[in-house]
Design a protein around this ligand. Structure first.
Ligand SMILES: NC(=O)c1ccc[n+]([C@@H]2O[C@H](COP(=O)([O-])OP(=O)(O)OC[C@H]3O[C@@H](n4cnc5c(N)ncnc54)[C@H](O)[C@@H]3O)[C@@H](O)[C@H]2O)c1
Length: 268
């Protein structure tokens, strides 16, 4: 049976944990060849990921898929470009770029937030996405549109509901994600005529390593559940299914959108 991403070539940054790992596994299960990338190859302990003792690229191969790993720090242009170069040298093109790697340095007001924490958050969450878009779009402009979707390529930026609304005690993080939401719109305008789809996903609070410390704090955990209209919090697979839609041929006329995946958190 045909799979939704048969023959597509994808890069996923931050693929050793949480959302990135779920996206890489889901894409591979739907037939994509995946370049996995992170600061570390080994799956990050402390999340809620399945088969946590097996690296993401290895797990894909064990399931019969195709995957490679290349270490890359998304704050470094050279590293990000090396990912795109690898996709082209190994597989001939780049169909899907998922700019997922991100950090959260902790809850605090702007008075307490250090300049270092702000700079690091912006470097990873915003500049990292900008670099990923720049290298991916440069390559996508070089290649023909795929016959099945009419698209030259698809860029998916993992933002956050913190890029749409103010989340208490997250000044740097919200700044970084707001920038990703608007960069996504800006690029969509420039590259729609070139048939490149550029979209963002805005997840709410998910059970990943990033949010685990808050879920383990009884008061914060209760607060998150009380604020969620849906009876339970989301997980990385919910984000991966949204990414699958944005990567697939079905989203051929979707560009510049920010797909909210938050159990209704921001619908109030
Ligand atoms: N977990 C949530 O509730 C939530 C909500 C909204 C958005 N997000 C976003 O989803 C994305 C993934 O987060 P997650 O929850 O899976 O977190 P996570 O901490 O489980 O995984 C993030 C991964 O990114 C990698 N990474 C960090 N800095 C990097 C760098 N400079 N270069 C390359 N890789 C780097 C880490 O090593 C880690 O494997 C992030 O952009 C995050 O902001 C998460």
């Amino acid at each position: 049976m045909a799979k939704r991403l048969d023959g597509k070539i994808a890069i996923v940054t931050g693929s050793s944990s949480g959302n990135g790992r779920a996206i890489a596994l889901t894409f591979a299960r739907e037939g994509a060849k995946v370049i996995c990338s992170d600061l570390q190859k080994s799956a990050r302990q402390g999340g809620y990921d399945e088969s946590i003792d097996i690296d993401t690229d290895e797990l894909i191969r064990q399931e019969g898929g195709q995957a490679l790993f290349l270490k890359a720090d998304v704050t470094k242009a050279k590293d990000v470009q090396a990912l795109v170069d690898l996709a082209v040298s190994e597989f001939g093109r780049l169909d899907i770029m998922v700019n997922n790697a991100g950090i959260f340095t902790g809850l605090n007001g702007i008075v307490e937030e250090t300049e270092e924490a702000f700079d690091l958050t912006m470097a990873v969450n915003t500049k990292g996405v900008w670099l990923g878009c720049k290298s991916a779009i440069t390559q996508m402009l070089e290649q023909n549109a795929s016959a099945s979707s009419g698209s030259r390529g698809k860029v998916i930026n993992i933002a956050s509901i913190g890029g749409l609304v103010g989340l208490a005690q997250e000044p740097g993080y919200c700044t970084s994600k707001g920038a990703v939401v608007n960069l996504t719109k800006q690029l969509a305008v420039d590259y729609a005529p070139e048939r490149i789809n550029i979209n963002a996903i805005c997840p709410g609070f998910l059970e990943t390593a990033m949010v685990r410390p808050f879920l383990e704090d009884e008061e914060l955990n209760k607060g998150l559940h009380d604020q969620s209209p849906w009876p339970h919090l989301g997980n990385a697979q919910d984000v991966a299914y949204a990414a699958l839609f944005l990567a697939s041929d079905e989203s051929r006329w979707v560009t510049g959108s920010s797909l909210v995946v938050d159990g209704g958190f921001t619908a109030r």
